[in-house]
Design a protein. Sequence first.
Length: 164
Amino acid sequence: MMDQARRVITDWLASAHQVPTQARREFDVGIALLPTGEKFDAIRLPAEVVHAAAGGDAPEAIGAFLAKTLENGAVIQDAYGVGVWYYALVPPGTYTNWRMAGVECLRPGTWLGVPRVDLTARPGPHWALPPGAAGCVCAASAVADLVAVGQDRLRQKSRAERTL
């Protein structure tokens, strides 16, 4: 990604913070804490749902699947510590109408660890699908479709395992 494009995306992300210069300083270190609700909301996705929808958990395959499924979106993978979660950035206001069992849209004002734009691999939080431009977020309906496919595949797998 060109430096200019990275700077524009970074400025957009940092503008979610009350003090954008603080967010830029945090990005210099690697991860900025940004509040949801103004520039974007975030849907927290369990890794097992994303991996079931994608048909595997290889990082390259997940990235290609997310790029195809969520098109111009942006998805963070938090692979630090015990659990693995994905956070799909979606349009602000999604929280108001999000009603999907087992998958939470973060309440506006929730602080989310957002990686620097060029952090695209472990360790720690990184972009599974980096934003391609300022303002790039996932369509909430595309995230809902991904979740429905993943949950359905997990149910089918569970049924198949019970019948063995």
